[in-house]
Design a binder for this molecule. Structure first.
Ligand code: NAD
Length: 306
């Protein structure tokens, strides 16, 4: 089992930039590519590494190519080309690995791995839990799906970027778990926002409610502690995760449920609400701005009064 030392990294945006930076710091030979050349230039200035001018170039000679892109459709196009010669598969040799760390649809991930297999290229899904701050601190929780031996070969890469690595099972299982984890998180956030908007309308104080809900009924509650209190009450809206990405992840979770005939009425409604909010407010707004959807409907504000 050969060691992975040369890595091609595609998509050096909010998450990809710090993640690939940690690979450079850990001593891997990293080449980066992004459809926006200014992102590649910014990366090389900040972290070092080698810039690539095309998808073939970023893949050539690489033991592994990592993608950190918007979704599985973009990943598929970048990896297989779908009519274009300029793609990752055209540059990769047999025995190499494509690791998709984006939040992708698990069915699409399985399809991609099947398409790569006849070329002797392995597919691994390794989505991450934790936002930009976790990416910067190399404390991401990384879920991994794929063949046991291939995953073991990739482990040193994950160790450079994350604090925990969970091998979930075969290809696609990690992407399924990631979408479901984001469903739990997104549902809990709007659950708290809705309760607090009703409470505010009734005359309760926003901070009092947030602080009371945790010990009284919610237990440790990540969305209230890490999103409502520091980003909503203060109007900072700075978690670094776009609202549109949450809507995308919810769609993936519900498509996955549908594909296996699972009963998911709550998830369907949560997904509809997030998609509607994105349509009304905008894809790129911070996820915590979803509060405006409830504030506008209820004629209240959860801004902390100081
Ligand atoms: P981003 O938009 O900041 O970065 C994506 C990068 O991909 C951009 O630099 C863009 O130019 C590049 N790109 C787009 N299409 C491309 C193409 N065809 N070829 C090459 N490069 C291309 O997004 P992000 O916040 O870094 O998120 C990336 C992925 O990580 C998404 O799947 C998202 O759901 C997931 N994610 C994000 C967070 C977060 O907090 N931001 C947390 C966990 C997971």
């Amino acid at each position: 089992m050969s060691k992975i030392s040369k890595i091609g990294f595609i998509g050096v945006g909010n998450m990809g930039n710090p993640m690939a930076g940690h690979l450079v710091k850990a001593g891997f030979d990293v080449t980066v590519y992004d459809i926006r050349p200014e992102m590649v230039r910014a990366f090389v200035t900040q972290h070092g590494g080698t810039p690539a001018g095309s998808l073939v170039e970023v893949a050539e000679g690489a033991d592994a190519v990592i993608t950190m892109l918007p979704d599985d459709k973009v990943v598929r196009k970048v990896v297989l080309g779908e009519g274009s010669e300029n793609c990752v598969a055209a540059g990769l040799a047999q025995g190499s690995v494509v690791i998709d760390m984006s939040t992708s649809n698990p069915t699409g991930t399985r399809g991609l791995a099947e398409a790569l297999q006849p070329r002797g290229i392995a597919g691994v899904d390794a989505p991450v839990m934790g936002g930009v701050v976790f990416a910067r601190d190399a404390t991401l929780d990384i879920m991994v799906g794929g063949d046991k031996e291939v995953v073991a070969r990739c482990r040193p890469l994950f160790e450079a970027m994350g604090r925990s690595i969970i091998h979930c099972g075969g290809v696609g299982t990690a992407h399924a778990l990631k979408a479901l984890a984001n469903y739990v998180n997104a549902c809990a956030l709007i659950n708290a926002i809705e309760a607090m908007a009703i409470g505010k309308k009734f005359g309760l104080d926003a901070r009092l409610m947030a602080e009371a809900l945790i010990p009284m009924c919610a237990g440790r509650n990540h969305p209230i502690e890490k999103k409502v209190i520091p980003h909503i009450l203060t109007r900072k809206y700075g978690t670094g995760m776009a609202m549109g990405f949450i809507a995308k992840d919810l769609k993936i979770a519900m498509e996955t449920a549908k594909s296996i005939g699972a009963f998911a009425p709550l998830g369907e409604r949560v997904s509809e609400l997030w998609s509607d909010a994105v349509e009304k407010l905008g894809f790129d707004l911070d996820q915590t701005q979803i509060v405006r959807y409830w504030e506008e409907a209820n004629g209240v504000s959860l801004t902390e009064e100081r």
